[in-house]
Design a protein around this ligand. Sequence first.
Ligand code: CMC
Length: 429
Amino acid sequence: MTKDSLSVTDNRTGKSYELAIKNDTINAMDLRQIKVNPDDFGMLSYDPGFKNTASTESTITYIDGAKGILRYRGYPIEQLAASSNYLEVAYLILFGELPNQAQYDKWEYDILHHTFVHENITDFMKAFRYDAHPMGMFIATIAGMSTFYPEGRDIHDADNRLRQIERLIAKTPTVAAFSYRHLRGLPFVYPDNDLSYTGNFLNMLDKMTQIKYKPNPALERALDVLFILHADHEQNCGTAAMRVIGSSETDPYSAMAGAAAALYGPLHGGANEAVLRMLVEIGDVKNVPAFVEGVKNRERLLMGFGHRVYKNFDPRASIIKSIADEVFEVTGRNPLLDIALELERIALEDDFFVQRNLYPNVDFYSGIIYQAMKFPIAMFPVLFAIPRTIGWLAQWQEMLLDKEQKIARPRQVYLGSDERDYVSMEDRK
Ligand code: CMC
């Protein structure tokens, strides 16, 4: 008969402890009873980068990194990418179930009719430097939105929370498109609520003098699939930031600005931008072997490779690779694809990458598609942030409703000076 507990013997004292096991975890607070002296603080677990620490229970997204499985609320990402659309997936992620027709129609209407931003936000965005990075504009504008919707601070009211969530999902494409138009020096295009979520986004990006903008259906669908793939990814750096910031009970706009800032980094959602810059730098298939040697000599990272959780393949990367051809039929083939394919081929055969389980991640191919769709490289992290909005907000709400959650406040292992007396300036060496 097996017992759901872990027996631990502290060899410093010879004392043994029984730690309860629940869902294959032990509660870190149970370590606190392990002491050498009664007035010791007690034992902590040490885990820089949270490599093996679960900070929450969650029912939203399931990943099996060894098998390359990703599911939202139980539904495989492959099925959602093939059959669903981004707004339906957003509903699923937020509410836990696929909507029926009436629920979907209401949800879609509510989102598509909150896409406009206050004119003061438009003015605020125009005030950025002419060549401002669109992700910097995006982060700052989302934070600025907290001043337009101060009622968002009432985070314990469910209806109020839903209103802010709908606003954010509705307005992030507008903010993203305005940052793009600003970078290009083009006038802002206002939302067209007749179009789909992604169709309207393309409208706000591309429309010039047409009376009515008609998105290319293949590009609209490809972008929608990319949005589905990026919608949530459980406790990654940006989502962990959302939960940590939100745990102090700040408003969702301020918390989401922090999550987007975490996403911006090149090790996270900024990797798609870094991949493209890397491919441009490599410049030609013949330069790939020398570049790979540089990676193996630790001069650089191979951007778009490796993942904290996926150690076999990233299912999102496989789906993206499969939609690339559909996009290239419309846009023409991106010449950087040959460099990417050669990088992938060499890396997947090389011991350095094989031994470390380094495979292409979601960012390896997404940038090539975005570039073929004529997005400037600086827009890539913004294209990641738009669909991740629902993941951040669903995880934020789950955290608020979870009775076990407290303000996030990690411990540290202090290794600095012991107490010492202040020395006046003239007595210092
Ligand atoms: N190129 C070369 N070596 C790498 C790479 C890479 N891209 N990624 C990991 N390694 C090596 C690393 O040096 C280490 O080697 P060793 O054990 O000999 O010191 C080993 O592989 C394990 O890596 P790690 O840094 O301990 O792994 P991690 O889980 O802390 O980091 C990662 C995961 C995604 C930050 C990392 O793989 C990386 O920096 N990749 C490049 C950036 C990137 O593509 N990020 C996008 C991630 S997916 C989308 C998202 O998160 O938003």
